[in-house]
Design a protein around this ligand. Sequence first.
Ligand SMILES: Nc1ccn([C@@H]2O[C@H](COP(=O)(O)O)[C@@H](O)[C@H]2O)c(=O)n1
Ligand SMILES: C[C@@]1(CO)OP(=O)(O)OP(=O)(O)OC[C@H]1O
Length: 166
Amino acid sequence: MTSSPSSTLPYRIGYGEDAHRLEAGRPLILGGVPVPQAEAGAVAHSDGDAVLHAVADALLSGLALGDIGQYFPDTDATWQGLDSRLILTRALELVQGRGYAPVNVALVVTLDRPKLGPLRPQIARSVAALLTLPESEVGVSFKTSEGLAPAHVQTRVTVLLGRVDG
Ligand SMILES: Nc1ccn([C@@H]2O[C@H](COP(=O)(O)O)[C@@H](O)[C@H]2O)c(=O)n1
Ligand SMILES: C[C@@]1(CO)OP(=O)(O)OP(=O)(O)OC[C@H]1O
């Protein structure tokens, strides 16, 4: 897959984003957490978890390892309905294999409805657990699109990667 020269920098920044169209009658999963109040869910090849896709892309980008579409092509039926927690776990393994680990994560979900505030602790806890980070190192923000993109979910993520000694 994508190869990058080995890095010895103490820290590296990663950035990722993902968007999915929303359609009625589908489940909405964000950060590995089902959103029970959602009237519409993501149209996607996998389970459509825009949070986990963006976090995984942020990890990969921090080390110039490409993006999740290269590792999990949406042309491959193997990944149909894939649990996106596996995508994030794979991205984390790749980063760890290069001698880095996430230090903290900041993510912003843009979604008009429903309100996600009540799920903030669950989403932070779920993402943190997948990254083996304390919950306090995962910042979760929510924004509406102010009606500009009502049938759309988007996530933007920054991650700080730190070199692991030894
Ligand atoms: N799906 C969402 C979107 C936003 N929130 C919270 O609402 C507040 C206002 O959001 P604006 O986009 O209008 O600035 C803010 O506190 C968000 O956390 C939400 O809970 N769920
Ligand atoms: C996850 C993959 C693969 O199932 O598909 P989607 O669920 O459609 O998600 P996206 O973020 O558009 O792209 C990455 C894909 O290759």
